[in-house]
Design a protein around this ligand. Structure first.
Ligand code: ARG
Length: 463
């Protein structure tokens, strides 16, 4: 059994059950590349300020590289007695480079070390999420561009409301994912701050050079207060909040894909490669991908709840409770990256059933508002115009017709202001193209939105 780094003060061995209970290596081992990268930078800094010699730093850095290789190759042996990944690496370094390994932890604590590891990890993963969001947004824009003349019913309360361009609907998703991406870009600013040097909680008497460590690890800034540095995980909470909102968007998109691909809607067909069959019902083609994405949303929201609840009662500064930050964070990262990736792959595979969409937009009185608008344009106050159109809908329902199927005489019963040009106003194209208000569904407006999105995507710099 490995000797504990704190054995000086202890006369009894740690109980095996305690070792099992407190160990975190089973999950925090995934931090190893960041832990080693951070330790290498720490060694270089210690040598730069003269706390260790350059020869010692070289020995440590080379030893750390060897340990990394062992970990990369999966040859590493883990043990509960060394609790976490940080102690495993330090202990293994000792067996490889001998006595000098004992200098690695000078001017450092696991409290600032683990804060560094999580920040490095989350910085990497946040950039990956941002890239995936970019890919997803491009896929959404491409589908909109390919189908920029397809008309569908727009819904409120899941009831047909007014006709819209399918591309307009898609561009609504684009906007949601753009804001999601902005939230990640913003949370990244607060994750991307270098914590090492806070040591246990109060800073360190060694003449350390924190900006140098920041420079080596490509951080634009160092944290300002040592206590805050080891006490908080708000950057992770922010990531999880952004991830939860993004998953809610993905879940709603998924819900629509499930509905639209049903026989009842038949608005879209998902490709065979992105659907699954049934083991009993030969006819089935199930939208499992959007269903699973919708289902996974709860996990990410759950992770946010777990971390927020974990932190809420903690006094300053580091508390061991905080070891529980990792599993929810890792799970949320794995979940959101998988969901973004699969959704971005599935979207280009969607076949749009334009006739079905158009037919659905043509029935159900989606032009009733436009009849009211027509009358209002002729000088009828809108409330009164609304009433006339409502009566016309009731009349048409009784006849089993749509508004545009009524004869001129039939429709004129509801207002003497009605002229033959009413029927032009009630066509799908007319309704769509009259909605030229900023952000509306007119073809030209939507095409401009698509072009704007393309320019925006092309100009986005890599984080
Ligand atoms: N495994 C610990 C964690 O993730 C590392 C920090 C331990 N620090 C301590 N003082 N016991 O939180």
């Amino acid at each position: 059994m490995a000797e504990k780094p704190w054995s000086g003060r202890f006369s009894e061995k740690t109980d095996a059950a305690v070792e099992r209970f407190t160990a975190s290596h089973a999950y925090d081992r995934r931090l190893y590349p960041y832990d080693i990268e951070g330790s290498m930078a720490h060694c270089r800094m210690l040598a730069k300020v003269g706390v260790i010699t350059t020869a010692e730093a070289d020995q440590l850095v080379n030893g750390l590289a060897d340990v990394k290789q062992e970990l990369d190759q999966g040859e590493f042996v883990f043990s509960d007695s060394l609790e976490d990944i940080h102690m495993h690496i330090e202990s293994r370094l000792g067996t490889r480079v001998g006595e000098v390994a004992k200098k690695l932890h000078t001017a450092r604590s696991r409290n600032d070390q683990v804060a560094l590891d999580i920040r490095l990890y989350l910085r990497h993963e946040t950039r990956r999420v941002i890239d995936l969001l970019k890919t997803l947004r491009s896929a959404v824009v491409a589908l909109a561009e390919k189908n920029d003349d397809v008309i569908m019913p727009g819904y409120t309360h899941t009831q047909r409301a007014q006709p819209v361009l399918f591309a307009h609907h898609l561009m609504a998703w684009y906007e949601m994912f753009t804001r999601d991406q902005d939230r990640f870009v913003d949370s990244l600013k607060r994750t991307n701050v270098m914590p090492l040097g806070a040591a246990a909680l109060a800073g360190t008497p060694y003449p350390i050079d924190r900006p140098y460590v920041a420079q080596l690890l490509d951080f634009p800034a160092v944290t300002a207060n040592s206590m805050d540095t080891v006490a908080d995980r708000d950057f992770a909470m922010e990531f999880l909040a952004a991830a939860s909102i993004c998953m809610v968007h993905l879940s709603r998109l998924s819900e629509e894909l499930v509905l639209w691909s049903s026989s009842e809607f038949s608005f879209i067909t998902l490709s065979d490669a992105f659907t699954t069959g049934s083991s009993i019902m030969p006819q089935k083609k199930n939208p499992d991908i959007p269903e699973i994405v919708r289902g996974k949303t709860g996990r990410v929201v759950g992770s946010l709840m777990a971390l927020i609840t974990l932190m809420k009662g903690l006094p300053m500064t580091y508390n061991r409770d905080m070891q529980e930050d990792k599993e929810p964070l890792f799970d949320a990262v794995d979940t959101i990256t998988a969901c973004l990736d699969i959704t971005a792959r599935m979207i280009p595979e969607i076949t749009v059933n334009r006739e079905k969409m158009r037919a659905a937009a043509a029935v159900g009185f989606l032009n009733a508002t436009d009849m009211a608008d027509y009358l209002a344009a002729k000088g009828v106050p809108f409330r009164q115009a609304h009433e006339c159109a409502g009566k016309a809908v009731a009349f048409a329902l009784g006849k089993g017709k749509e508004l545009d199927q009524l004869s001129l005489d039939e429709i004129r019963q509801f207002s003497s202001r009605i002229e033959p040009d009413i029927f032009d106003h009630l066509t799908l194209e007319h309704m769509i193209n009259r909605r030229q208000s900023i952000g509306g569904t007119a073809t030209a407006t939507v095409r401009a939105a698509i072009a704007g999105a393309r320019t925006h995507l092309a100009s986005e710099k890599t984080e």
